[in-house]
Structure formats: C-alpha cells, structure tokens
Design a protein around this ligand. Structure first.
Ligand code: FES
Length: 273
C-alpha cells in the first residue's frame, strides 16, 4: 500500500499528491511515468511523474479529474493509501548536451513539463518556457516555472491572465527573433503538440513530444498504447513516452484517443452518482 502524504488542489480540476514510494523516488527521472490503481478492483491509469524527493522517498503526481478513476483518486485524502503504484516506467526525457531549450506546456501537461524544465535548468541549459491554459482559473505551477526559466511566457485563450492566444504565437515570435533553440520539448493536448510541431518544422528545430495514450499493462504486452511514429508501430509505454514530433502520426493518435470518450463519459457519470 502506498500512502498519500500530501494532497493539494492546484485548481478546480487539477490535484497534486505526494505518494510515499521510496524505491520509485530513488530511480525516477523526468519524463517517466507510474501506473496506479486506487483499489483492488480499480482500472490501471498511467500518470507521468511530476517530481520526486529522493531523501523523503516521495513521488509527486498531478492529475486532472477527467474520468471515473481520477474522480475516485481525488476523493482520497492525506493518510489514505493507493493499492498499487508501479514504476518508474518508460524512457526518461533526454536532457544532456543542450545549450538552449524551449519547453512548451499546455494545461495539465505543464505538470510533466516542469520537472524537465527544472532538470535542464540544473544542468545549466538556458530554458525558455511557454505555458498555455484556457483561462486564469486553470493556471498551475506559474511560480515554479518562473524559478527555473530564463524566459517565461504564460498564455490564456481568453486573455484573463498573461497574453491572449495560443502557445505557438510566442514560440514562432521567439524563433523568428533569432532564438537558436537546439530543442523544443512540448507536452500537452495532442492538438497543441501537433501545432507546435507545425511551427518548428519549417525551421528544422528538433522537437520532442510526450505522448500519453491509453495504457493498460505499461509493459509493451497489450498494445493499448500503440501509435505510429515514422511509419512504424511504437508503444508509448516502452518506446516513449517521448518521441520525435516530426515523425508522430497525430491524426491517428487523436482518432484513437476519441474512441473511448463515450465509454469514459458513462463511467465518469456512474462514479459521480
Ligand atoms: Fe500495453 Fe503499452 S500499455 S503495450
């Protein structure tokens, strides 16, 4: 059993938890994920590691309440336990050998982008961060991004905080202004990552995307997380979650993601009733 040692609401639909899991805390790296089950009969959900404290032996997760399982998870409190917490899984984000990197996060994807920005900053890389949200009530981790970024821009769709518009606008402005990024890393909704890739491709700036499809076993056996990268089938759980954004078939990934929407909506409304 894995105890919840801290719980904090970051906005009305996003929650942070720190879980007592010393073995995972010892090994976890930015970009990797865990799979958890709330209880014995629960479904397995993957969540990317949003931070870790090797001394305290805790792993931080940040999740959006989007379905039945995240709703159940959000009902737990400090002192309660998770039935399973398995990891770290997946390949860590590659962070060595860069001089200047732009990290582009969208919505709850910023929770995954933050430890990557922090690690790059620790390594002495110049980090520019651009984060986007629908409105000011949904903004998370702003101070944390500011602390590890040489440049920081926050965008909201409605202009209620930061600049109004989408993340690709300042990204393109900065590229055109001569910021010679040797990498762009983007994490967020598929549609956002697709457009980040469209923005960087004409300038040939290597772009890493973090794919978070439906996962079941997290070990490369079930095929649930498959996606097409460079014309080949890859499994996000063992080959990713990071991939070369120029090679990912986003349209297929979006279609696969939409397949389970109705099922998830039903399960969610049952969990809420
Ligand atoms: Fe089953 Fe990746 S989750 S193959």
């Amino acid at each position: 059993m894995y105890k919840i040692v801290k719980k904090k609401s970051l906005n009305p639909t996003v929650t942070l938890m720190e879980i007592d899991a010393p073995l995972i805390a010892k090994k976890a790296q930015p970009g990797q994920f865990i799979i958890l089950r709330v209880d014995e009969d629960g479904e397995r959900i993957p969540l990317t590691v949003a931070g870790y404290d090797r001394e305290k032996g805790t792993v931080r997760i940040i999740f959006q309440i989007v379905g039945a399982t995240t709703e159940k998870l959000n009902h737990l409190n400090e002192g309660d336990c998770l039935h399973d917490f398995v990891g770290p899984l997946g390949v860590p984000t590659h962070t060595d050998g860069y001089k200047k990197v732009c990290v582009v996060g969208g919505g709850v994807g910023c929770a995954i982008a933050l430890p990557i920005a922090e690690k790059l900053h620790e390594l002495g890389v110049e980090v520019h961060s651009i984060v986007g949200f629908r409105n000011k009530d949904l903004v998370i981790l702003e101070d944390e991004f500011k602390a590890c970024s040489d440049k920081f821009i926050v965008m909201t769709d409605d202009g209620s905080h930061g600049r109004q518009g989408v993340v690709t606008t300042p990204l393109e402005e900065m590229i055109k202004a001569g910021e010679n990024y040797d990498l762009v890393i983007t994490i967020g909704p598929l549609i956002m990552m697709k457009f980040v890739v469209k923005t960087t491709k004409p300038y040939n700036i290597p772009t890493t995307v973090s794919m978070n499809p439906i996962m079941i076993d997290g070990t490369g056996m079930c095929g649930g997380c498959r996606l097409t990268v460079g014309g080949e089938t890859k499994f996000a759980c063992v080959d990713g979650p990071d991939f070369d954004g120029f090679q990912v078939d986003f349209d297929e990934a979006m279609k696969r993601g939409a397949m389970y929407k109705e099922f998830e909506r039903k399960a969610y409304s049952e969990a809420c009733n």
